[in-house]
Design a protein around this ligand. Sequence first.
Ligand code: SF4
Length: 642
Amino acid sequence: MPTLYSGYMGKVVELDLSSQTTRKYPWTDEDRRKFIGGKIIAAKILSDLLTGHEEPFSEENPLIISTGPLTGTGVPCSGRFNISALSPQTGLVTSSNCGGTFGLFLKKAGLDAIIIRGKCAEHTWLEIDNGRFTFHSADDDGLWGLNVTPSQERMAALLEEKWGAKRKFGQMVIGPAGENLVLYAGIASDERAAGRTGLGALMGWKNLKGISVTGNHEITVASPEKNKAWNKKFFNILRNHPLTGKQMPRMGTAGLVSPMQMRSMLATRNFSAGQFEHFDKVCGETLAEQHNIVNKGCVSCPIRCSRTVNLDGKPVKGPELETLGLLSANIENDDLELVLRLNNELDELGMDTISCAGTIAWAMEANEKGLWDNGLSFGNAEELVQTIRDIAQRKGIGDELALGSKRLAERYGGEDFAIQSKGLELSAYEPRRAVGMGLGYAVSNRGGCHLNGGYLVIVEGLGLFIDPQTPRAKADITMMFQDLMEAVAAAGQCLFSTYVFFPSILITRPNGPVTTVLNKALPHTGGVFRAINKFPLAIQMHMPILPHTKAFENATGMKMKMGDFIRCGERGYTLDRQVSVRFGVGAKDDKLPKRLTDTPQDPNNPSTKVPLDTMKKTYYQARGWTQEGRPKVSTLKKLKIV
Ligand code: SF4
């Protein structure tokens, strides 16, 4: 029996692409209890393997694909898997969470995780069948050079030909952007993507075009009856919640454009403003009315947030809020059909839409200010399809744009308006109108990421309305949200399932007495959050706002009360930071461009900027990190990671 716990397959494999050999990686039940799965497993493995001297593009940089114990168990929103490595874009530890079916089939192949080391000598694609690894030539099989959809179709056809029959399988591939080492190239799996921080470029550097995986191992759960009954309840909670049952299924994340506009949070003209004059032409409502064909979802997901839209008579994946905002308001483009086209182009070439769009917005401003003569300008988006193709092929200015805004600002100047943190471009939420989100962007382990940053914008105007300009309590709430989301992702569930954390009444009655009191009270509750963050293990119960913990226990048989869950999340978050510290990261890197910290968005309202230094100080205290942004030894000991 490889493990006492259900939900796990009991096997982590290390694959060396250089020698084409595999070996079992030691992974014990104690590791499972401490690190759960997904991104926290990966954080621990990276901690074991990386010394702080490795380069992202090197054989020593492992690409770790890991699942959570809930992946594929039928628990709601549990079709997720994780990819981690040292990021080519930030040079730091990173992880990217992805939907699709790859995670499910990796477990059906009998594996919890694969650690991919080394580099293929030739362009290669990899087949995993019930734990057996077969290498194929990506050149001979006509895969290298293909866009994302043709790559997946070609791989499917090759497998069907080989098997002589259709079998179900999962796959992940890179597009030309990954092959050509665009620093923000992503990895696609079905229609979903592990988009952020350039993991596609690492796959490209390893000469690995794609991976298919299949198998017929059974994924067991500890208490099938309890699991079934709780899943039913959990599905109903999600279906009856106003965010996961109504807004997300109707408009997906695109539904946030309008409230963001209302709150001056919609990044506009390279984050120089928070409202876009023509937002009504590009908002989620217009997208749903004019272009949406059908909703789609990942495995076991009742939310089904993905939108399929019509483009040139063909159904294609529609844009998420981040892409919609950054390819419209942030570059002053009011042509929604063009946004769909650019989004599709980026998906097909295999690039992170957020970083690409953020880099282009920076380049437009750099051109306008005379720093870099590149021909790009705000409001002129027609030529961007070609620009994006040039980025993927590393041609002309595309070769430079492929480096991202941080490196370009170091080359040409304009660092104050390069809207990135640790080299990762920010999402479309303008943090000067949601200062807690600003803190999250700055301290996030993987760089300017709203999710890894704690996603505080949700309580600063997009769900609740805690005073978006006050720094009070924001650091402590940020820590709690980061840790909770860390644990949810590590378990194998989608972060959108955490919307149920907010009781429905708060969303349906935004001006009701309960919501009003809570909004007013929360900035004064930093101490309460601090106490919970400090002593989470005191919460030895399941809480109705977090159905995830009971689902976890039913599926795995492992004790996981709310306090245990928060502690596991804290362990993962701190471990990521600790490994990045080996690469020199610290408080000096937890920063935002001056535009966001020094210049008020509204010149008549000095509070409309991010008071980062004040919040960082409290955040480090809350985390038990030094004021240099490094976990203290006592914190590492408390978390049992030394
Ligand atoms: S909410 Fe959306 S991204 Fe998350 S699992 Fe469901 S369909 Fe996938």
